[in-house]
Every structure is written in C-alpha cells, then in structure tokens.
Design a protein. Structure first.
Length: 437
C-alpha cells in the first residue's frame, strides 16, 4: 500500500515541476512514507528521520516531510520530537503534499491530518510509465478493527472507488504497456460493501460480492493478461467470490489469505470474526475447484496469553494447508489498539522468537518440497526483465506467483508471456530456461 502511495505521490510532485533525485545528497525534498503496523517499522522511520538532521544542517533549504500511517498516528508530536522536520501529512492527505512542500519551501512548518470522507481523489491515482506489473488501489481504510491492528485508526473507515473508475485506470495502464495489475485494499473482499451499507442503511445480503463484480469487469479489459489482489478476509470470501476467482481466466491462482492464528481462542481475542474451521473450509472450497493453486498467508506468534497448545494448533493448520509462502511476525503491541489496552504482552520474547523460528523452518522445508515438484515442468511466465538480485539473469513470475529466473534470451522482451522450463529449484525460486519456438 505504501509503495503504491509513493508512486502516486511521485507523479503528483513531477506535475509540480520536481524531478527524481539520483541520491539523498542531491535531493531538495525528502519525504518519508511511513508504516505503523509494527513497532519496529516506526522505530526505523524515526531513526531515519533523525539521521536526516545532519543533512539539513549541511543544506538548510532541504525540505523534509513525513507522511503515511506513523504521521497520522503520531501527528504533531513528530514535529516536537524532530525539529528539523518541515511537515507532517496524514494518510488521507496525499494529494495535498505538493502544496505542503511549497509552503515548507516558503518557511512554514505544517501538520495536515485532515480526514477525507470519500475514495481517493483522482489526481492521486497517477502511475509511473513503463510498468509491466502495476498496482491499483481499489479501496482504502478498514472497518474490521482487529484488536491488534492500528490500520483502522490510521487509514480510517472503508471507502471504495467505483468499478468504472477502476476499469478506466486499468485500461489506461494496459494502453501504456502494463500486462498485470495487483489490486490493493486493506480488506479487499469487503470492496463496495460499506457503500451498500451506507446507501441501504442495512447489512448487504450475504451472497453479494461487489469485489467479484469488479474482477469480472477487469477480466474483460482487452490486453490485460493477469489480475492479482491483496488482501482478502475469510469472513467475506463467500461462494460468489470463490466462483469468480476460480472461473475467471485472468485471475491468477495464487491467493494471499491472512490466517493470523490457528487457535479459535486467539482468533476470538484478535477479533478476526472467523474460526480455524471456517478458514479451512474456504481453503478447501478453492482447492476443490482448481487443478492447481498456491496459498500464502500472514501469521502472528506470541499474541497475549498464547499457550503451547494455541501455537500447536497454528503450526498444525499451516502444515495442513501447505502454504507456499508466509509472512510470520512476532506480536508487538500497538498503542491505541484494543489488544494493547486490554491484554498484557505476557509471552516472553524468547518464546516468541522460538515459535517464529519454528514456523519459518517448517515453511522453508515445505517450500523446498513444493518447489521441487515443479522440476522438469514448463510454466507460462510473464517476463519482467533484469533481476534485481543478479544483473546477469532475467526474471518473471508464473501464474502461481513463483519467481522464475533465467538467462537473457534473444527475442525475449519484458511484458512477453513465454514458456519456461524448470531445471532446478530452491525454497524461494525456480531456475530454468525460456523455451522459444
């Protein structure tokens, strides 16, 4: 989400005449786009902001701003703690940042945390040219209020863009060369439901899925090859949604479905609004409709009062689903959340670390076995270009979101869909060769 916001902000600033700097040393404006999901993210951001004090001392005209979730969460206190910072802008103020930059250049120090009550302004939906894979924000905010999560407080309530607006953006991207879009939303399977509630003054029917309607509309965009999305919530993955993602040919069959815990007791304390059985049921419903599918997830270990039995249930469910990938986090209390207010952080850090490491080890071993099953197969890969990790290789991804690495091949161009033969594998990637006729 922050990466997409940063891209859109870059477009806004370029419209005001600014150009990207090659380095911090050359920059006249530095803006830190921050996250508050975990305490470590805030500490890193504050540490980085603190280091910029030296640069400001050398270059007094340098404008430094902080935006994003930490800005929304901490507000004016950041200006007090970091006197060299020029402005603070909240999560709804992306379109206002160019004005804040100009006011800061005129010598003002500003804080803008105002809330918008609608979807993202159109001017804040710009894209950098030449993206084979592009991100599209379809909604913002979250109405779930999970007990551990700061997002509803920093990003606000759910607001969705209209289907015609999103389809128009996707069409423009395809016309500029994009082949794959990643749809973004904090609770993307709830897309459009808040608007129905506000319009009808009642809860939408349980068989309704505006997100499925959106996927069907995007599936009809000429020239668009692939559609991905993140992140769904189990409580909104009804049969209408599952039918759509399984039947639509452009929807990639790799799904990131946050679990958080395999213990019903912990899930209840987290206010996740589903049980482990319901999670298993949604996974099974997708698997039963598809010949091949990949799943990834998010898990929190060491949530308050988590016992060995709670952890065992999480580990067991993860093994059962056989996730291809997972983001596994040690719980850290976020000030302002219900969990931080109600539950002491009583699981020792060494236990959190042990459980985190156990799940990472399980995941690595399962991924090695799973990826080994691709050896010798030919997969269709969307070519993305030179690998960021190895300039001698090119890279792309298959429908199942596996990173595929291969040597540069004559006639191959970024954006092409090409057959890729898997010759060897690791826990994280597939290696092989492009098979051109």
């Amino acid at each position: 989400m922050n990466e997409r916001d940063s891209e859109a902000l870059a477009c806004l600033l370029e419209k005001r005449g600014l150009t990207p700097a090659s380095s911090e040393e050359d920059a006249d404006v530095i803006i830190l786009n921050t996250c508050s999901v975990r305490d470590q993210a805030e500490r890193k951001a504050i540490g980085k902001a603190g280091l910029l004090k030296r640069r400001k001392a050398v270059k007094p005209e340098l404008v430094i701003g902080i935006i994003g979730c930490m800005a929304q969460n901490r507000g004016e206190s950041l200006l007090e703690a970091l006197p060299h910072i020029d402005f603070i802008a909240g999560t709804d103020r992306l379109a206002a940042v160019p004005d804040l930059v100009e006011q800061a250049q005129a010598g003002q120090r500003l804080v803008d945390l105002a809330r918008d009550t609608g979807p993202t302004p159109p001017e804040a939906n710009g894209h950098q040219p030449g993206n084979i894979c592009a991100m599209v924000s379809v909604m913002r905010g979250c109405d779930q209020f999970c007990s551990y999560c700061i997002v509803p407080y920093t990003r606000g309530r759910e607001h969705s863009r209209s289907i015609p607006d999103i389809v128009a953006e996707a069409t423009r991207l395809v016309e500029a060369g994009t082949k794959e879009i990643l749809l973004l939303g904090q609770n993307i399977t709830a897309y459009g439901l808040a608007e129905i509630r506000r319009r009808d003054k009642q809860r939408p029917p349980s068989d309704q899925s505006p997100f499925a309607d959106l996927l069907e509309a995007l599936n009809d965009v000429p020239g668009l090859a692939r559609i991905r999305f993140t992140s769904p919530h189990v409580s909104f993955m009804n049969d209408r949604f599952i039918d759509a993602v399984c039947q639509l040919p452009k929807v990639c069959k790799a799904f990131h479905i946050p679990l958080q815990s395999g213990s019903d007791r912990i899930l209840s304390m987290m206010r996740r609004s589903y049980t482990a059985t319901e999670y298993r049921d949604r996974i099974a419903a997708i698997r039963s409709r598809l010949p091949e599918v990949a799943f990834s997830t998010d898990v929190i270990v060491g949530f308050p009062t988590e016992t060995d039995e709670d952890f065992r249930q999480t580990r067991e469910l993860m093994a059962e689903v056989a996730f291809d990938m997972a983001y596994i986090f040690r719980y850290s209390p976020r000030t302002g959340t219900k969990a931080a207010e109600k539950f002491p952080d009583d699981v020792p850090e060494e236990i959190k670390h042990e459980r985190n490491q156990a799940l990472l080890n399980d995941l690595e071993q399962a991924a090695i076995v799973r990826n080994r099953s691709f050896q010798g197969r030919v997969l269709e890969v969307l070519v993305e270009g030179v690998s960021k990790r190895n300039p001698d290789r090119w890279t792309g991804r298959c429908d199942l979101n596996k990173t595929c690495n291969f040597a540069p091949t004559p006639g191959l161009e970024p954006g092409m869909l090409a057959p890729f033969r898997v010759l060897r594998t690791s826990a994280n990637s597939l290696f092989g060769e492009i098979v051109l006729p």
